[in-house]
Design a protein around this ligand. Structure first.
Ligand code: PRP
Length: 205
């Protein structure tokens, strides 16, 4: 592999296809057959690693991947030291504090798939509450009494409407971001900087 070989960390699932299409339009022709069980994909001058969402910032921070695409929500939770040069403007959603409609009691316990975001938010608000980490269908915690509120993603709002829940406060807005390893940005600048510029032109139309 040459010094300018690029390794990309991309999340499997919904984001993968959109990220591949964007990168292809930006001059890296990448195509991965649907339903491929291969986890690493080799192209001329580029390797793509197909990862779990939350692992993308880890691979980029530790330098195994030069670049990655990941949601701002996951990036905030990961607290990794990576460059975030570009908002790719897809996968738009918000992270919110959610409660059952009409709930008025004190918030003593909060459930989330994003415990760090939840802790930082509650600290900022001066709310003393226990944060418990759950793996999915977080809204159920608020409905069953496991927690007094949850911190979770709202995209269309359908889950809230279908479950008699309401957004109390938007904590942050999220969308897919391009992230870059800090050393790679310097060492592979001649490949990475033009790629960022091309992506920028595509997403900022
Ligand atoms: C996410 C999130 C909400 C839902 C919000 O769940 O946790 O439950 O999407 O989207 P909506 O506002 O369009 O209804 P996802 O299906 O990604 O999986 P999870 O519940 O396992 O986290």
């Amino acid at each position: 592999m040459t010094d300018s070989h690029l390794t990309l960390a991309l999340p499997k699932g919904r984001v993968l296809a959109v990220a591949l299409e964007l990168l292809t339009r930006a001059g890296l022709p990448l195509s991965i057959p649907e339903n491929s069980r291969q986890l690493r994909h080799f192209f001329e001058g580029v390797t793509v690693l197909e990862l779990r969402n939350a692992d993308v910032p880890v691979y980029v921070d530790l330098g195994v991947a030069d670049l990655g695409v990941v949601g701002k929500d996951v990036l905030m939770e990961a607290e990794r030291k990576v460059y975030e040069p570009l908002d790719l403007k897809f996968g738009v959603c918000r992270i919110a504090l959610i409660r059952e409609k009409g709930a008025t009691g004190p918030i003593r316990r909060v459930a989330s798939k994003y415990p760090r975001i939840a802790v930082n938010y509650l600290e900022g608000k001066g709310i003393t509450a226990e944060v418990i980490e759950l793996g999915g269908n977080i809204e159920l915690a608020a409905l069953t009494g496991l927690a007094d509120a949850v911190v979770d993603i709202v995209e269309t709002g359908s889950t809230l409407r279908a479950n008699n829940l309401e957004e109390i406060e938007v904590i942050a807005h999220s969308s897919a971001r391009l992230i870059v390893n800090r050393a790679s940005l310097k060492l592979k600048a001649e490949r990475i900087r033009p790629l960022i510029r091309r992506l920028e032109r595509i997403v900022n139309v």
